[in-house]
Each structure stands twice: as C-alpha cells, then as structure tokens.
Design a protein around this ligand. Structure first.
Ligand code: 13P
Ligand code: SF4
Length: 351
C-alpha cells in the first residue's frame, strides 16, 4: 500500500491515542487490517465494541450492519464510524422490514405467528434486529447459530430464520438433525412467500430466501475438483455456503473457527478454504508450512467489504484529528432498544 498513506494513518491514530478504537473484520484488506486494534468475526467484534466504553470513537472496518450493531451495543456518548458508507452487505439488503412484517402478517393470519420465534443472523439491518427483539426472538452469528436455534425451539415450535437461508438450513439439518423437509423457503417476492398454508403449518424451519453473494458462489463442483487435483486435501467452508457444498466439506465453521482450525493443523497438511479471499490469502501467507488454497478461483472478494480501503480509513481518521466526525452510523432509540434485546439475548446464550 501507498507508504504516504500508511504513515498518515499511523500518525492520525497516534494523535488520537485511546480516544479511537479501530475494529477490523477478517474479510478486510491487508492495507486496512494492519491498523485494526482488534480483528475478529462479527460475533467477536460486537463483543469488543461493547467492551470499550472509554473509546470516544469506534472506527468500524467492516460493513454497515456491523457498525449498526456496534452503535446499539455502545453508549450514546460513543460514536461509531464506517469509513465508506457504501460498504453495505447484499445479504442484509435481501430482508427489508416491510417484507418481514408482511411475512409475519401471513403467519399471523394462519395463527402460527404466536408459536414462531424469529431468529436473525447478525448480517441484517438494525430494523430487522429490532423486529426480532419486539417479537421475542434472538440474533445469532455463524459461531452460535446452533445455540441460538436450540434456545428458540425452547420458546416456540417454529423458527422464522432471517435472512440467510444457507446458515439456517445448514445448522438445522447438519447440526440439529432436522430433515430437509422440515425446512421451507419463504420468497419475499411472491405472495404468501410462494408457499401453501399447509407448507407453512407443517414446517419447523421457515427460511428466508436470502444468501451471501460471495459464499453462495462456491459449488459442489469446486469441492469435487479440488479433491481430484489435491489428494488428501481437507475442505473447510463457512456455513453461508450452499447446503450441498457444506455437506461435501470436511469441516464447517465461522471465520474464527476457520482460523483456529488452520492454526492447529499439522505442517504439510493441505486445506481448500471456502470463505472470503482476503482471509484465505492472509492464512496462506501466515502458514507457509501448510498448503492453503482458495476453494474456487472463480470466486472473488466481497466487493462491499473491499470498499473500506486505506484512503477512506486515512480520511476518517484525519477528520477525527481535525475535530470532525464523518460517516457516523446511528440507530434511532426505539429500534436500538428492541434490537438490543435480541442482541443481549444472543450474548446471554450459554457456552
Ligand atoms: P462471520 O464473521 O460471522 O464469520 O460472518 C461472515 C460474514 O460473511 C460477515 O459478513
Ligand atoms: Fe455480506 Fe457476504 Fe460480504 Fe459478508 S461476505 S458482507 S455476508 S456479502
């Protein structure tokens, strides 16, 4: 990265000292991650933001929904900054509040809403988390989806899982013993979700039709190809991948799990990793004694994560040094209150 920008970022951070805390998601670019005070998956970063009450500014190098969660979990005095406002998430955008409310109306008319617990993946807007909190549900991440679902099924008979169909299906079927027939796919663009009342009544798991545009690109062919090319390879994927990909993989887990698994792997072992490319490249560089490869060369970076680059980070930090807060992310008090109920419920899950 540009040496001038590197020294400007370092100088701005030094000038701000403890007043600023920089969080970096594992999918961020190298040029940005070098300035993160802490790196993590979305669960770890939510907890880290909540654990820094003294930092006036939280600069969130990640995507919009993560910055919103940080704002919800921190005090009103703390300001959360997203260096580029265009860093959204296509998956989070697949569930808009009016769509979810109308799905809930469908369940209410069928008299099944009262027995249904809404569960939303962290990768959703604050509005959706607020809806879930208002309706007795919980937030989950890829590291605690099973625990969140177990909790939800103690509260009710059915779950409406938002917005990632793959995380919901993979957790229910591969970790909780559900059958594929226990799950139905609710399409927000079709009346009644494109499902019959019987299908909705019979389902234990109502999956929202959303997916990650990065992880959704890995295919069963990519798994078969790498097994042909590299005998003995271990296939390690994120649970946002399609069901048939996760089913064919050797191991599945969140980004923190993927990192721990690679760190613990013996020298000489071979790993094909199905998650975001920035993370896989860093893992390969950090472990030259292991053969670490990207599961499918046709899959590319998360384009919105990559929006946060060094020029944007330098700009946000230098503006803070000059006493100006740019790109602040705030969630209105009512939404934040209800979203916090669902987030606190997640943070209180056992284990
Ligand atoms: P985790 O950080 O929870 O593994 O989520 C992956 C992801 O896609 C974040 O956008
Ligand atoms: Fe969203 Fe997928 Fe990018 Fe994560 S990797 S921010 S889920 S589009």
């Amino acid at each position: 990265s540009d040496p001038d920008l590197v020294s400007r970022a370092a100088a701005a951070k030094a000038a701000l000292g403890d007043r600023v805390f920089v969080l970096g998601h594992h999918y961020q670019r190298d040029e940005v991650i070098q300035f993160a005070d802490v790196t993590g998956d979305s669960f770890k970063l939510a907890r880290e933001a909540a654990a820094r009450p003294d930092a006036e500014y939280i600069v969130f190098c990640g995507v919009h929904f993560m910055a919103e969660s940080a704002d919800i979990l921190t005090s009103n005095k703390q300001q959360v900054i997203l260096p580029d406002l265009a860093a959204g998430c296509s998956m989070a955008d697949m569930a808009a509040l009016p769509q979810v409310e109308s799905a809930w109306d469908v369940l209410t008319e069928l008299r099944i809403a009262a027995r249904t617990v809404p569960v939303t993946y962290m990768n959703s807007s604050a509005d959706i988390k607020g809806f879930v909190g208002r309706n007795g549900g919980v937030v989950c991440t890829s590291s605690n989806a099973k625990r969140a679902l177990e909790w939800a099924y103690q509260q009710g008979e059915k779950v409406l899982f938002l917005p990632d169909q793959h995380l919901g299906r993979n957790t229910a079927v591969l970790e909780m013993g559900f059958s594929l027939d226990d799950c139905v796919l609710y399409d927000p663009h079709k009346p009644g979700g494109g499902l019959t009342p019987e299908q909705l009544r019979d389902a234990r798991m109502i999956l929202w039709r959303g997916h990650c545009s990065v992880h959704g690109r890995f295919t069963l062919d990519s798994v078969n190809d790498v097994r042909d090319r590299v005998p003995g390879v271990n296939v390690l994927v994120h649970p946002e991948c399609r069901h048939e990909v996760v089913n064919a993989a050797d191991q599945v887990g969140s980004t923190e799990y993927i990192i721990r698994t690679i760190e613990a792997a013996p020298a000489g072992s071979a790993w094909a990793v199905g998650t975001e490319l920035n993370l896989v490249r860093r893992l390969a560089l950090a472990h030259p004694d292991k053969q670490i490869m990207f599961l499918d060369k046709a899959v590319c970076y998360c384009s919105t994560m990559n929006r946060i680059d060094l020029p944007h980070l330098v700009w946000a930090l230098e503006e803070l040094v000059a006493g100006r807060v740019v790109n602040r992310i705030t969630v209105d008090a009512d939404t934040a209150h209800h979203a916090r109920v669902a987030l606190d419920q997640m943070l209180a899950l056992p284990g």
